[in-house]
Design a binder for this molecule. Structure first.
Ligand code: 5GP
Length: 336
């Protein structure tokens, strides 16, 4: 509906390379056949369920298109513009620093930060950066990334806010020592959690107590053996970043109506509505808000309230949160 399109939105979970739309992929030199893989993935939505592996094999398409500083810069700019166009007023973008022929991990971060800074005055959208560790990175490589991330955070404290653990959930494991170091260095933590059933790892993540959890699909007691983790989660009430379309397409949730966001709404637990990879899953924030309204019969007033909650859960400074709340308040009367 128009309502979801027009209201100011808050995005807390968007992977940079997964967010590239078809136009920018073409501009970056990506061939049509690769791009049409995205289409195939979404065409089957609600017909047959896909699996995570099929989704994960699409990320290299975007990675191949962002191998130089120039292209990475263009890609970042396009994603910020897309979110702005969809009336997002606050965006937490996350990305995994890669070293490529043309750039080191440090230069990768510098490029994204430069783009965020350049867009600041032009697009009137507040953008923050979360840097990701990929689950495939071995301990040494992850430590190397962390050192660079901490160094960059000290250089750009207003932009770099947090660290994330993402990548194929069937590979690697959560290393609490690494994320403890990140926390001590002042980074906020957002951890992809329970995308597949892995009670042992989920317990480790909950014990660590990140600032936010990504997805948290298999945390619900409906999943065998997860009651203890669910109880722990209920004590901690860690905000969950919900990405409905992503979960349905990847097949971790069968249908929108069955998404665990329903339980979070019922129990008044903290969550945010997010896109995950708006390019790969051909979605955007408005569509995700619409899915929540439609499938869970949410009123405009309640949906708007979810937005305020997202501001609270964000990694913005207190001053910035106040300003965001002010923007939400200012236009509230137009919508409700
Ligand atoms: P990038 O970090 O390269 O900017 O964005 C793409 C990367 O984000 C993927 O290669 C993958 O590591 C991570 N990612 C994107 N979507 C998901 C998801 O749904 N689950 C997990 N675990 N990782 C994801």
């Amino acid at each position: 509906s128009n309502f979801c399109k027009l209201i100011p939105k808050i995005e807390l979970h968007a992977h940079l390379n997964g967010s590239l739309n078809e136009d920018i992929l073409k501009q970056l030199g990506c061939d049509e056949t690769s791009i049409s893989e995205y289409q195939k993935l979404t065409e089957i939505l609600n017909k047959t369920s896909r699996n995570l592996d099929e989704c994960f094999h699409l990320f290299p398409i975007a990675h191949n298109a962002t191998k130089t500083k120039e292209k990475l810069y263009m890609a970042t700019k396009s994603v910020i513009k897309d979110f702005k166009k969809d009336n997002t007023i606050y965006l937490e973008l996350r990305t995994t620093p890669r070293s490529e022929e043309d750039m080191s991990k440090e230069e990768y971060i510098e490029t994204v930060v430069k783009c965020i800074n350049d867009c600041k005055s032009k697009y009137k959208i507040l953008v923050k950066l979360i840097l990701s560790i990929n689950r495939r990175q071995d301990d040494n490589n992850a430590e190397e990334s962390l050192k660079i991330i901490i160094k960059m955070k000290e250089k750009y404290p207003d932009i770099i806010k947090g660290i994330d653990l993402s990548g194929d959930p069937k590979v690697g494991t959560f290393n609490e020592n690494l994320f403890e170091k990140a926390r001590i260095a002042g980074l906020k933590t957002s951890i992809h959690c329970a995308e597949v059933k892995n009670n042992e790892e989920v317990k480790k993540i909950l014990d660590f107590g990140p600032d936010r959890l990504g997805h948290a699909v298999c945390l619900h007691p409906a999943y065998e053996g997860s009651q203890e983790n669910w109880d722990l989660y209920l004590q901690k009430k860690i905000p969950i970043e919900c990405c409905l379309t992503s979960n349905v397409i990847c097949g971790t949730v069968e249908r929108y109506e069955e998404h665990h966001i329903q339980e979070l709404i019922n129990l008044r637990l903290p969550f945010s509505i997010c896109t995950d990879d708006k390019g790969v899953f051909r979605t955007n924030s408005s569509k995700e808000y619409e899915h929540v309204m439609k499938h869970f019969k949410i009123s405009p007033t309640d949906l708007y309230q979810f937005n305020y909650n997202s501001v609270e859960q964000s990694f913005a400074s207190d001053e910035e949160k106040k300003r965001l709340i002010h923007v939400l308040n200012k236009v509230l009367y137009l919508f409700l």
